[in-house]
Design a protein around this ligand. Structure first.
Ligand code: ATP
Length: 366
């Protein structure tokens, strides 16, 4: 089962503190949504409001077109899976998975059949008679997922479910979680502060900061076309180069930065169009820098000198400074075949479609 979710102007205030600030979001049925942001940004507060464990101070929540704002958790078509998945130690796996069904009065034979089907879904059918202590951390996590899905929620809410696992297992479970979500088609809303996890599993990522949504989009959209400085910086590494608009003509903006003069397409402005004299920030990923004249690098940025360089296998990670711009340091990943040395001077450039620009005052949604 699956359902769409509509959050309208949700705000949650604790005392004088606004943990969630006027959040609106539409989630399609069957989407895998990840709420991503630093500790304290309001992810868990939003998830708790969706699960019914908290009521919003204002705003509304609808699931499957029905208003759920004041409906108790047990009466919602949602299940929440927490990080400490609290399996019953004395119960075998099939009884753990069937527990919610028993609470709903399902007969034993039917319950066992459903529990086995769910254990099969997570690859643990053969272990149905085992107890939780006989399992690895990853297997216990899968049982918790089977238990959460056994009651056929329309929406599964997952609060850092992989947080307790070591990195290798975490990566493996991310792939499994994504595959299982695609198989069952249930709407998943998953909280994490791990940007790589978000990219690995999400159909769409919701980047949050200070109780607000900063950006929403497919992982590649947010990485390539972030609409706020915060989203650009949280989704991977970015150089933020301050500049000023010196002129705008059809389709192009002339920008002055510490590196020099650049002409960028106005389509680089993801948060709103600039006006002449606006202060702007150019966001450039380290791997998007090229040497001027290199294949497709049509936006020349200016000259800079390499201050240090380290070999990272796939690329050289270099820091560069423009002449006379002692307070500006740019990080660039130069190709393996380049042999960058400290002291070398480069004409830095980028491909037009990899540059993002934000006007001051529009660079964050909050
Ligand atoms: P984390 O990743 O650390 O769990 P989060 O993004 O999930 O962070 P929330 O748990 O939603 O953050 O909390 C958002 C803010 O609201 C935090 O500053 C937190 O201290 C505050 N907060 C949450 N619950 C309460 C509460 N019951 N009373 C007071 N403040 C609260």
């Amino acid at each position: 089962m699956t359902a769409d979710v509509s959050i309208r102007n949700a705000t949650k205030v604790f005392g004088a503190f606004r943990a969630l600030n006027d959040v609106s979001l539409d989630i399609a049925a069957g989407e895998f949504i990840v709420l991503l942001g630093p500790s304290g940004c309001g992810k868990t507060t939003l998830l708790s409001i969706l699960g019914g464990f908290l009521e919003p101070t204002s705003g509304t929540i609808a699931i499957g077109g029905k208003d759920m704002t004041h409906v108790a958790p047990a009466k919602r078509p949602t299940t929440t899976m927490f990080q400490d998945y609290a399996l019953f130690p004395h119960m075998k796996l099939s009884d753990n998975v069937g527990f919610g069904l028993r609470m709903r009065g399902m007969a034993k034979a039917e319950r066992d059949e459903k529990a086995l089907a769910m254990l099969d879904l997570v690859g643990l059918k053969a272990s149905a008679a085992k107890k939780p202590h006989e399992l690895s951390g990853g297997q216990r996590q899968r049982v918790a997922l089977a238990r959460a899905l056994a009651v056929d929620p329309d929406v599964l809410l997952l609060d850092e479910p992989l947080g307790a696992l070591d990195l290798k297992l975490r990566r493996q479970m991310q792939d499994e979680l994504k595959a299982i979500q695609k198989r069952v088609g249930t709407t998943f809303i998953h909280v994490t502060h791990d940007q790589e996890e978000a990219m690995a599993i999400a159909d769409r990522i919701v980047v949050m900061n200070h109780g607000r949504i900063e950006d929403v989009g497919a992982p590649s959209d947010i990485y390539m076309r972030p609409r706020s400085l915060f989203a650009a910086g949280f989704m991977g590494e970015a150089n933020f180069l301050p500049g000023r608009v010196t002129g705008i003509t059809a389709g192009e903006a002339r920008i002055e930065t510490a590196l020099g003069r650049a002409v960028i397409p106005v389509s680089a402005f993801t948060g709103g169009m600039p006006s002449a004299d606006n202060k702007v920030t150019l966001c450039i990923r380290p791997e998007h820098f090229r040497s001027a004249g290199e294949d497709g690098a049509t936006v020349a940025l200016g000259r800079a000198r390499i201050t240090d360089s380290a070999f990272f296998g796939a690329h050289h990670r270099c820091h560069l400074q423009p002449e006379g711009g002692a307070d500006v340091v740019v990080t660039a990943h130069l190709p393996q075949t380049a042999h960058p040395q400290p002291g070398d001077e480069l004409e830095l450039a980028v491909k037009a479609d990899t540059i993002v620009a934000l006007v001051e005052g529009q660079e964050t949604r909050s």
